[in-house]
Design a protein around this ligand. Structure first.
Ligand SMILES: Cc1cc2nc3c(=O)[nH]c(=O)nc-3n(C[C@H](O)[C@H](O)[C@H](O)COP(=O)(O)OP(=O)(O)OC[C@H]3O[C@@H](n4cnc5c(N)ncnc54)[C@H](O)[C@@H]3O)c2cc1C
Length: 450
């Protein structure tokens, strides 16, 4: 008899899991709480095109993503472009792309530059992440990269991304992050990719394919209750009715799953110690470009955002009727004040802070401001996080988990979501082998054979 699979959460992890299960001939139902599938990949219309709520680019080595694009006949639609990075420090912007840029970067002393290069090489080429799960990145940088490199670069980067957790993030995470970025470089140049038309093209094509394969996609159907029969899930209840299956894969954020009625206590205990960072992305549509830098890290303190990402330095402004689009991003812990700011306040403070970086930016050059927020933007990967990663196969035989926790110590990404979806499918006894496995530090935490 054909087994039926229920996937909870219609983000990319859930959609790809459903796709792999449907390819195996399973009857699949996806339940998604939002009116639209896509989760963090959702988009809105601007300048006649779609744009992600949250900045998204791909890396040249994203093999799993490349596989999916190929499956959906979208591979030719990805544009790769050389992009540039800068650092705002000591009230000015410094290019930060080549060894010459490092030589010119005055906030780091000469000795600090040597230590910066040696420690970066060590982290990207030599260090084994397992040995650094207990080692806080901040303290390690302070000791080995030195005071000036930590003050000018690593410290601000950790503070702005992790807020109150800045000194609790393990070096293991930093190893994953740096390797992801370095592997996208060729002779020093970083090339990043973007799907023409936005990620809505991928989500739409994937959902069309799923429907053709007979997958029942139920949007506006938040999971509200898990009903057990002995030691197995009998059915789940959603805002739009009851769904039954043989196996259930939960891809929604664990903070949401933890609150669901009927969730077995043993599973709840396992996931209740995981936390998420939220994020604000304020998108500005401008009449002109701010600079030629794609990604500007703000390393001076006292700014409401940590990154200025000029999207139209990756994708031409002509795609948006000539509008220049800039993301201002700020991750936050839910205990931070900023997490309770009103929409108006976030927009106002961010725009005014942007004018501190670009003092010649005039109000009349701003066409519009759009604010997007997610409360589950990234997981708090604190010290020894691998011990917190819940097993994909839970103690309940027909209950499986797959979410951002399973990506650690790699950086969460679309590519890595596809990878963990394949791992979950294999853990559920199906075939996920068609998905290639590219560079990954862990690949297997929480899955079979880990
Ligand atoms: C600011 C930002 C920038 C990023 N930049 C990049 C980038 O440049 N490149 C890259 O590759 N990746 C990037 N990412 C990461 C990427 O977006 C994520 O890794 C990926 O989208 C996670 O997918 P997911 O399906 O695991 O989670 P989600 O997208 O969060 O999906 C979970 C789904 O579960 C649903 N759900 C929640 N509660 C319920 C419920 N009760 N019942 C049913 N459904 C429920 C949600 O609505 C959601 O659709 C970025 C993310 C953010 C936030």
């Amino acid at each position: 008899m054909t087994r039926s699979i229920v996937v909870v959460g219609g983000g990319i992890t859930g959609l790809v899991s459903a796709y792999l299960a449907a390819k195996e001939g399973k009857r699949v139902t996806i339940v998604e709480s939002a009116p639209k599938i896509g989760g963090l990949l959702n988009t809105f219309e601007i300048g006649g095109s779609q744009l992600e709520f949250f900045y998204h680019h791909f890396f040249t080595h994203d093999a799993e993503l490349s596989w999916l694009l190929d499956e959906l006949d979208l591979k030719k639609e990805v544009l790769y472009k050389k992009t540039t990075m800068g650092v705002f420090r000591k009230s000015r912007t410094w290019d930060f792309n080549t060894p010459f840029d490092l030589l010119r970067f005055k906030p780091i002393s000469w000795i600090g530059k040597v230590r910066f290069v040696l420690t970066t090489l060590f982290l990207t080429k030599v260090a084994q992440w397992r040995s650094y799960e207990y080692v806080p990145a901040y303290a390690w940088f302070r000791k080995w990269a030195g005071k000036s490199a930590t003050q000018a670069l690593w410290g601000p980067m950790l503070e702005v991304k992790f807020g109150p957790y800045f000194d609790k993030i393990p070096l293991a995470w930093m190893i994953g992050r740096l390797r992801q970025r370095m592997n996208s470089r060729k002779s020093g140049d970083e090339r990043l990719g973007y799907l023409k038309g936005s990620l809505s093209v991928l989500c739409d094509r994937l959902s069309e394919r799923l429907v053709e394969m007979g997958v029942d996609i139920r949007a506006n159907s938040p999971l509200t209750e898990i009903e057990m029969n002995g030691n197995s899930i009998a059915r789940i209840h959603t805002g739009s009715g009851t769904v039954e299956g043989d196996q259930y894969l939960f891809t929604l954020p664990t903070v949401h799953l933890g609150k669901i009625k009927g969730l077995p206590a043993t599973v709840k205990e396992r996931i209740d110690n995981t936390e998420y960072f939220g994020v604000y992305c304020t998108i500005l549509s401008l009449k002109r470009s701010l600079s030629d830098v794609y990604w500007l890290n703000v390393a001076d303190g006292g700014f409401a955002f940590g990154g200025v990402i000029e999207h139209t330095n990756l994708v031409p402004a002509t795609e948006y009727n000539g509008q220049n689009l800039v993301y201002l991003s700020r991750y936050f812990a839910h205990s931070e004040d900023i997490s309770s700011w009103s929409k108006d306040k976030v927009e106002e403070v961010m725009v005014s802070d942007l004018k501190r970086i670009y003092p010649d930016l005039k109000d009349e050059e701003i066409n519009s401001v759009h604010l997007f927020r997610s409360n589950t933007a990234a997981m708090v990967n604190d010290l020894n996080f691998s011990a917190k990663v819940p097993s994909c196969q839970t103690i309940i035989p027909n209950m499986f988990l797959c979410n951002m926790a399973h990506i650690y110590p790699d950086e969460r990404s679309v590519n890595n979501s596809i990878r963990i979806a394949a791992e979950a499918i294999m853990t559920m006894g199906m075939d996920g082998q068609s998905v290639p496995k590219n560079l990954s530090l862990s690949g297997k935490i929480g899955f079979l054979n880990s």
